[in-house]
Design a protein around this ligand. Structure first.
Ligand code: PA5
Length: 447
């Protein structure tokens, strides 16, 4: 079995190989701190050996729960925000048929999402759609108190109970939350829902290999054993025993920190396959929340090429030179599509007749890389042999491990997110939440 591969050579015109290698000791110290639990945020290191600690019984249990939802639901709503939904959506979107939601004959329920926003129209339209559907709910919140998913859950639980009756509804609701604390846990115990625990030592954005990610993936019909196997392989590859040169997470952490040092303050994660869009969203959360603090941190952005070459392409080619790119490249497409010959050749595309769509896409990828390097944009590349559960498991664990290392090299705690609280405090004050009286008074005086 092959592995995903990181290439950093195309950054060497901008930073020297020697300077990247100079991170060797710092990365080794960071890796040891992660594995020995001696670094910042060390109470949140449960993700580190999570893949290899997952046992078959746990996976079977998740698969059994998924089967109940698959057998009884046309639609399953995954309720969660941030780390409580992005990983599942990233993997499900990457592996699903792009027109899955239009298919009438289905093997798996359609997975949709709620609680990731407070859009009234979104929730209205979701509930209207669900009126004629047999649906189930997976409510995911580590704290069990996050406003957005709690609001969505209140609406959807009520609807499900009205449509199916309380006794049936309770078997179609699964709660994934903290083992003891939080309103969701209290509710789940009281109502008798099937529950899964998010361990205290696993933060939201590092939780994709816990039931947070695995249950929705299994409901959508994907092979969570393969996904975990891929992550196990990457856990080993990025482990303490691997040398700096052979460890892709170490290399990525080193090169991006060196690029940041020379003024490349923005990293753009690039894909050439639209179904990878949410891999970019998941990655943005992972790196944004982990590194963006203490007035430091690379700004993580993401684009979908070639679509965004016709919008952001201009900025990337000629805008301020503060960016570098990390391209996720898929070596083999899952399907073959060949361009036909045209007798009149009015579109002038006969030079492509007989070629695969992916050959053209690959030349767009190569041409873009060369153009962007010429334009002053360092290029890193991560190759996946193909798009499947196994390589996505490798990819996501690789990013997690590299993020921990990179955050330590940057000197921040990559496992907290103190900045996320600021808007919540203001929102509660503005909504006059009981207990926020002083904040309400203070904020109203500023309006
Ligand atoms: O990474 C994180 O910790 C956050 O993005 C959380 O996942 C997000 O805020 C949701 O929190 P919770 O699962 O407690 O509802």
């Amino acid at each position: 079995m092959k592995n995903i591969k990181l290439s950093i050579e195309k950054a060497f015109g901008f930073v020297s190989e020697q300077n990247v290698d100079a991170y060797k000791t710092q990365i080794a110290t960071a890796n040891a701190a992660l594995h020995n639990g001696t670094g910042k945020g060390n109470v949140f290191l449960g993700w580190l050996n999570l893949p290899s600690s997952i046992d078959i019984t746990h996976l079977s249990d998740i698969e059994n729960t998924a089967k109940i939802l698959r057998d009884n639901c046309e639609v399953v709503v995954v309720i969660g925000i941030g780390g409580s939904y992005l990983g599942a959506k990233a993997v499900i979107d990457a592996l699903s048929n792009s027109f899955d939601w239009l298919q009438t004959v289905r093997k798996s329920p359609v997975v949709v999402y709620a609680g990731q926003n407070i859009g009234e129209d979104y929730l209205y339209e979701l509930q209207e759609m669900l009126k004629t559907k047999k649906f189930g709910l997976i409510s995911i919140s580590k704290s069990g108190t996050t406003t957005e998913p709690a609001l969505a859950f209140r609406l959807l639980k009520t609807q499900l109970e009205e449509q199916q009756g309380k006794a049936v509804a309770k078997n179609l609701i699964v709660a994934v939350t903290d083992k003891a604390r939080g309103a969701l846990r209290t509710l789940a115990v009281q109502e008798g829902y099937k529950t899964y625990v998010i361990e205290d030592n696993i933060g939201g954005r590092y939780s994709v290999l816990s039931p947070v990610g695995l249950l929705p993936m299994a409901v959508a019909g994907f092979d969570i054993r393969q996904f975990v196997d891929g992550a196990v392989k990457m856990e080993k590859i990025c482990g303490l025993e691997t040398s700096f040169e052979e460890n892709p997470a170490a290399q990525y952490a080193a090169v991006r920190n060196e690029l940041y040092k020379i003024g490349k303050k923005i990293e753009i994660l690039v894909n050439f396959h639209p179904k990878l869009h949410f891999i970019g969203e998941w990655w943005k959360q992972l790196y944004g929340e982990s590194e963006g603090k203490e007035n430091k941190g690379i700004f993580p952005a993401a684009v979908d090429f070639s679509s965004d070459l016709h919008s952001m392409g201009q900025w990337i080619q000629e805008g301020e030179r503060s960016i570098f790119e990390t391209v996720i490249s898929i070596n083999e497409s899952n399907y073959i599509k060949v361009f036909p010959t045209s007798e009149d050749n009015l579109d002038g595309l006969n030079f492509l007749a007989g070629k695969r769509v992916d050959q053209v896409n690959k030349m767009a990828e190569l041409g873009t890389m060369i153009a962007h390097i010429d334009g002053g944009v360092p290029n890193l590349k991560i190759e996946l042999p193909c798009l499947n559960e196994y390589y996505l498991g490798q990819l996501l664990y690789f990013f997690e491990k590299a993020c921990g290392l990179s955050g330590y090299v940057l000197g921040v705690n990559p496992f907290d997110q103190p900045g996320v609280e600021a808007y919540k405090k203001n929102m509660f004050a503005l909504l006059e939440k009981p207990g926020f009286e002083a904040e309400t008074k203070a904020i109203k005086a500023r309006l």
